[in-house]
Write a protein that binds this ligand. Structure first.
Ligand code: ADP
Ligand code: MG
Length: 368
């Protein structure tokens, strides 16, 4: 479709979809100031929101420089999504020092608030600075990126603190796993789901060429995981069943420092916006810290409706037992994480999860 027709289509969709942030922030006058390459690039970012007008965010970055290069668009979209001023700057900081309302000694222990051991997970997204973001990658790019990771993963596998193996979905890869082994990793909450079923990621180009260039590294103890080729080039993850939330957070930071010190891995960063991610909702920290927790009273109708109502004002998001867009567990287990990622520090996110869970537990007990 020629751009002038697309601009008309955006204008129509904009009036019909007030909640679609990208459509609301699109300004034809700004678009006209861009050269033809700029117009093509910005339009690519909006494709998912045009094809899925019910989107909340409605755009994905396709190149590491998109947030900076199309700042007049993205500054508005980020302000609308993250409720920050248009000139907001993001600062990364993993230190809990100075973060308010921490328990004594900064130990975030769920047993201190009467909870049993929970499955705890912290992930960060990272993208390599010298590749297009997943929305604009070719199949060759995806396979080359996976190949680039073999040396870093080899270093992790050789390190007694990590060990483990890399599992690939790329047809013909020496590390290829079969469909049953893949499904087992998905069921074990280790590997990501088939992205080609996601209409947002498909329209964005992020799910293209599935399953080429997709895979995951899993440490020997299965507590440290790196996804390759999902919504961001890499998702770096720590998981553990326990009560001390600091353990997954500290392990992730240490592992991230090690991985980012490996030669050949330069991560995309923006001077003002922090860690660059495909989805503007993740920009800044790219961090989601979650626990799986049983809330039988708040889910007694078999859905997460009530839990979501209670969680939202606490700044918490509710997902299903298998992650985003999945149903809750039969025993009322849900995935709870702070919603904020941008203009908040990593340390503040982990503290917000602890505090949010303690407040949510009170609501669960009250609902009994
Ligand atoms: P993200 O977008 O943060 O990477 P998803 O919602 O796509 O996460 O979920 C990915 C996988 O991670 C799913 O299998 C989900 O159940 C799992 N997961 C998320 N949080 C936890 C947790 N605290 N413990 C165990 N598994 C988890
Ligand atoms: Mg996700």
């Amino acid at each position: 479709m020629p751009f002038d027709e697309k601009i008309d289509l955006i204008a129509k969709l904009k009036s019909e979809n007030p909640a679609n942030i990208a459509l609301q922030c699109f300004d034809p006058a700004y678009f006209q100031t861009l050269d033809s390459d700029g117009q093509r690039r910005l339009m690519a970012c909006l494709n998912s929101g045009i094809e899925n007008p019910d989107s909340e965010m409605g755009c994905y970055a396709c190149q590491p420089g998109d947030y900076d290069d199309f700042r007049p668009f993205f500054a508005k979209a980020l302000a609308a999504r993250h409720k920050v001023p248009k000139d907001a700057r993001h600062e990364n900081n993993w230190s809990l020092e100075g973060v308010g309302e921490l328990p004594d000694g900064g130990v975030l222990d769920f047993s201190a608030i009467g909870l049993p051991a929970l499955s705890m997970r912290v992930r960060v997204g990272r993208n390599l600075a010298d590749f297009s973001l997943p929305g604009s990658m070719t199949r060759d790019d995806r396979v080359s990126l996976e190949a680039r990771m073999m040396d870093p993963f080899g270093k992790l596998i050789a390190d007694p603190g990590f060990g483990g193996a890399y599992h690939s979905l790329t047809p013909g890869s020496p590390n290829e796993i079969d469909a049953a082994a893949y499904q087992k990793l998905v069921d074990d909450h280790i590997m990501f789901k088939d992205m080609s079923n996601d209409t947002y990621l498909t329209a964005a180009g992020i799910a293209s060429d599935w399953p080429y260039g997709r895979g995951c590294y899993v440490s020997a103890d299965r507590g440290f995981i790196v996804w390759v080729g999902e919504e961001d080039h890499l998702r770096i993850i720590c998981m553990e069943h326990g009560t001390i939330l600091n353990r997954v957070f500290d392990r992730l930071k240490a592992a991230l420092d090690m991985v980012s010190g490996i030669e050949g891995l330069e991560f995309a960063m923006s001077g003002d916006y922090g860690v660059v991610t495909s989805c503007p909702t993740n920009l800044g920290t790219a961090m989601r810290a979650s626990v799986l927790i049983q809330l039988p009273n708040l889910t007694s109708d078999g859905t997460d409706k009530r839990a979501k109502q209670i969680a939202k004002p606490l700044g918490l998001a509710v997902r299903g037992l298998g992650g985003e867009h999945t149903p809750i567990g039969a025993d009322g287990t849900v995935d709870i994480s702070p919603s904020a990622r941008f203009c908040i520090t990593e340390a503040e996110i982990i503290a917000a999860l602890y505090k949010g869970i303690s407040l949510l537990k009170k609501e669960e007990d009250r609902a009994s």
